[in-house]
Design a protein around this ligand. Structure first.
Ligand SMILES: *Cc1c(COP(=O)(O)O)cnc(C)c1O
Length: 357
C-alpha cells in the first residue's frame, strides 16, 4: 500500500491572472489554459510535494523516461457551472478509477483517491472563474501521469509526476460528423492497451485520421484488428447505433475504452425503458439496416464532444447518408438530458454531479 501525506497542498497563486484573455463567446477547444495547475511527485514509493502553482512550462531532463518509452497516461473530464454559479464535476470518481486501470496496465504508480480528488477540487475551486456557463460550455480538465526517471534504459520508471491542467471548452464539433470505416489501419488489438488512456494510442491514430481527413471525413470508425468487420470506436469516442428502436453499442473489452459518457448514455436509455444491447455490431449489419430504413441513429460519445451525431458513413468507396440529425429522437434527447443534468436543470438521480467548494 502506498502511503500518502499530501495535505495541505502548497498553493502559490499567480500574480498575473490571464482570465481577462478569455472571451466567453468564442471558446476554442484546448488552446487556452487556466491560471493554475496542480502536480504531485511520486518518489521513494510515495506521493508527496503536492502543489498548485501558476500554469507554465517546467524544466525537465531530456532523458525523462516518458518522452522515450511512453509511460504516459491521461484522463479527460469536465467541470460545469449552473445558473447559480455553482461548479460541479461530472462523475470524477470514475475518472479516478480509470486512471488507475491505465496506470496498472502501463506498469506505472497508481494514484490514491485522496491525492486525485483534493488536487482536482482545489485546483478547479481556485480557477472557478475559468468555468464558463454559456450553453454547451464547460471547463475541460486534463489529469495525467508521466514517468520521470532520468534514465534511458527500458524499464518501468521509479518516479512519476501527476499533473492536472484545465482549459475552457466550447462545443467540440459544430456539425454532425462524416466518418470513414477504416479497413487497413488498426487502433487496438486483443491483449493490447486499447482499453486504457495511454498516450501512444492517440499518437498512432493520427496518421490514418489524417488520410481520412484528406478525403473529406472528420474521423475514422475503427474496426476489429482481425477481420475489419466489427465496429469498435469512432475516433476517440465510443460508438452507438439505434436500429429498430434498439440502442446497440460494442461490448467492453481489451479494444474498447470504457467511456464514462458511454455508461451515462446506456444508464439513461435503460431509465427510459429503451432496449439496450452491448454486443458486437458489424458494418454489414449497419449497412443492411441502412438499406432497410431501420438505421435511425448513429453517434459517438465522449467527454469532449458529449454526443457527436454521425451524418455520413464511408465504406469501401461508397458513402451512406443517415437521417437528418435534427430529427433523431434518441441522440437529441440524451444530449439534452446530459446537458440539463450537468447544468442542474433536472434532478441528478444517479448522483453524477460532484460539487466543488
Ligand atoms: C476517452 C475516450 C473515450 C470516451 O470516454 P469518456 O469517459 O466518455 O470521455 C472513448 N474512446 C477513447 C479511445 C477514449 O480515449
Amino acid at each position: 500500500m502506498v502511503t500518502t501525506d499530501i495535505t495541505p497542498i502548497k498553493i502559490q497563486k499567480s500574480s498575473n491572472l490571464r482570465i481577462k484573455e478569455l472571451d466567453y463567446n468564442k471558446i476554442t477547444f484546448g488552446k487556452l489554459f487556466s491560471d493554475h495547475m496542480f502536480y504531485a511527485d511520486y518518489k521513494n514509493n510515495e506521493w508527496s510535494d503536492a502543489q498548485i502553482l501558476p500554469y507554465g512550462p517546467l524544466l525537465m531532463s531530456p532523458a525523462t523516461s516518458a518522452l522515450h518509452y511512453g509511460q504516459a497516461i491521461f484522463e479527460g473530464m469536465k467541470a460545469y457551472k449552473n445558473d447559480k454559479g455553482e461548479v460541479f464535476l461530472f462523475r470524477p470518481l470514475d475518472n479516478h478509477k480509470r486512471i488507475n486501470i491505465s496506470a496498472e496496465r502501463m506498469a506505472m504508480a497508481t494514484i490514491p483517491q485522496e491525492v486525485f480528488m483534493s488536487g482536482l477540487t482545489q485546483l478547479v475551486d481556485l480557477d472557478r472563474d475559468w468555468v464558463p456557463d454559456t450553453d454547451g460550455s464547460s471547463l475541460y480538465i486534463r489529469p495525467f501521469i508521466v514517468g520521470t526517471d532520468e534514465f534511458i534504459g527500458v524499464k518501468p520508471s521509479d518516479n512519476y509526476r501527476f499533473y492536472i491542467i484545465t482549459s475552457p471548452a466550447g462545443k467540440y464539433y459544430n456539425e454532425p460528423v462524416k466518418v470513414l470505416v477504416e479497413t487497413n489501419y488498426i487502433r487496438a488489438v486483443e491483449g493490447g492497451v486499447g482499453y486504457v488512456k495511454a498516450s501512444g494510442n492517440y499518437g498512432r491514430s493520427l496518421f490514418p485520421a489524417k488520410l481520412a481527413q484528406q478525403r473529406g471525413y472528420h474521423q475514422i470508425v475503427w474496426t476489429d484488428a482481425r477481420n475489419h468487420r466489427y465496429l469498435e470506436e469512432s475516433g476517440t469516442m465510443n460508438l452507438m447505433f439505434v436500429i429498430d428502436d434498439v440502442l446497440i453499442t460494442p461490448p467492453l473489452g481489451d479494444t474498447i475504452l470504457a467511456g464514462i459518457t458511454r455508461d451515462s448514455v446506456l444508464t439513461l436509455a435503460r431509465d427510459w425503458k429503451m432496449k439496450v444491447q452491448e454486443r458486437k455490431i458489424s458494418i454489414d449489419e449497419v449497412l443492411d439496416a441502412h438499406k432497410k430504413g431501420t438505421l435511425e441513429d448513429a453517434f459517438g460519445t465522449g467527454t469532449a464532444a458529449t454526443i457527436a451525431q454521425i451524418a455520413q458513413i464511408g465504406f469501401e468507396g461508397k458513402d451512406y447518408m443517415l437521417p437528418p440529425a435534427e430529427g433523431r429522437i434518441f441522440s437529441n434527447r440524451v444530449a439534452k438530458e446530459l446537458e440539463d443534468i450537468r447544468k442542474g436543470k433536472v434532478p441528478d438521480i444517479h448522483n453524477w454531479m460532484y460539487k466543488v467548494g
